[in-house]
Design a protein around this ligand. Structure first.
Ligand code: GDP
Length: 356
């Protein structure tokens, strides 16, 4: 499954955030036989549609989609040259499908800042520079090889050209993601900065509602998405019973935990969406890439469902809710029969028909 690597300078609150995430770990509850790795946190993607579906179908439980975060230790200035845990760090990022940068905004004289001062802009620059340099190293090795290969093989010429364009972008100091470079033709090179980025700004709780700060930080990283949260408070929230958590949230002017926002934004950043199933046992969200067809979607439940796919009965969540029951949705003609070429939409409520 796809993972998001959490990176950031030392002392920015990565461990605090990661610990809060693992307190919300859903693996233990829903996937009792899964192996849980110490540096991976699997969190549920909050989806209020599931609760509503569970009411409609008298489901015993809800099972949300999940998103996995990997705690990647060790970025420091010079990581691209092997400083600190440089090489291990880069290898870990290479295995991630998206990069979540944690940036310190909180001020605390007791927590040393490695660069001497709190400056989100400088810290983003430091991290991006290491990632850009690492990609440039990859390209410096790859390009001469690709030049040779493309003399004999036309197909290699396309990769060479993409690599040369990427090198130019990186030399200008930009990440390939920020420059909007298509990752597809470059895939073989496993570059770091083609991956989608998202940002977590670790902010003092009393600044969370500061509109000016919110705007400033969002603009700093646009078009990447940004979440502002207070990692310390998130870690407390994760341990409180629902009612007290809601009170604590309200006291800092928030209506949703930062971790919930992070799960949702992370899921979206990975290019994922969900379709829904519901019955007396469970109401459940299933994860598919944007663009998945009905048989591919069925394959997420079971490979046999994909192989034996016949058709899907599909109603959009909104129409199902408007109808008030599956029977009523059917009688209004809102439950469609879709074949193997159907491209799934987020929020499709589905029942598959298949041969076994
Ligand atoms: P890491 O090195 O990035 O993993 O950072 P840690 O999570 O270990 O945090 C470093 C220090 O900063 C610890 O003493 C944390 O308690 C503290 N810290 C983390 N997040 C916050 C925060 O939001 N506010 C304040 N004041 N301190 C924080």
């Amino acid at each position: 499954s796809l993972t998001i690597g959490i990176v950031g300078l030392p002392n920015v609150g990565k461990s605090t955030l990661f610990n809060a995430l693992t307190k919300n770990d859903v693996l233990a509850a829903n996937y009792p036989f899964a192996t849980i790795e110490p540096n991976v946190g699997v969190v549920g993607v909050p989806d209020e549609r599931l609760g509503k579906l569970a009411e409609l179908f008298s489901s015993q439980k809800v099972v949300p989609a999940t998103v996995s975060f990997v705690d990647i230790a060790g970025i420091v200035r010079g990581a691209s040259e092997g400083q600190g845990l440089g090489n291990k760090f880069l290898a870990n990022i290479r295995e991630s499908d998206a990069i979540c940068q944690v940036i310190r905004v909180f001020t605390d004289p007791d927590v040393v800042h490695v660069e001497g001062k709190v400056s989100p802009r400088d810290d983003i620059e430091t991290i991006n520079t290491e990632l850009v340099l690492a990609d440039l190293q990859t390209l410096e090795k790859a390009i001469p090889r690709l030049e040779k290969e493309s003399r004999k093989d036309k197909e290699r010429a396309a990769l060479l050209q993409a690599a040369q364009v990427a090198e130019q972008v990186l030399n200008s100091g930009q990440t390939l993601f920020a420059a909007g470079v298509d990752p597809a033709p470059l895939r073989e090179l496993t570059l770091l900065t083609t991956k989608p980025f998202l940002y977590v700004f670790n902010v003092d709780a009393d600044e969370l509602a500061n509109e000016e700060l919110i705007t400033e930080l969002r603009e700093l990283v646009a078009p990447a998405e940004a979440i502002l949260l207070d990692a310390k408070t998130e870690s407390e929230l994760a341990e409180l019973p629902a009612e007290e958590a809601a009170e604590l949230l309200a006291s800092i002017g928030q209506n949703e935990p930062g971790l919930d926002q992070l799960a949702k934004v992370g899921f979206r950043t990975l290019g994922l969406q969900t379709y829904l199933t519901a019955g007396p046992k469970e109401a459940r969200a299933w994860t598919i890439p944007v663009g998945a067809t009905a048989p591919q979607a069925a394959g997420v439940i079971h490979t046999d469902f994909q192989r034996g796919f016949i058709k899907a009965e599909v109603v959009s969540y909104d129409q199902l809710m408007e109808a008030g029951s599956m029977a009523e949705a059917k009688s209004r003609g809102w439950v469609r029969i879709e074949g193997k070429d159907y491209v799934m939409s987020d929020g499709d409520v589905v029942e598959f028909r298949f041969n076994v």
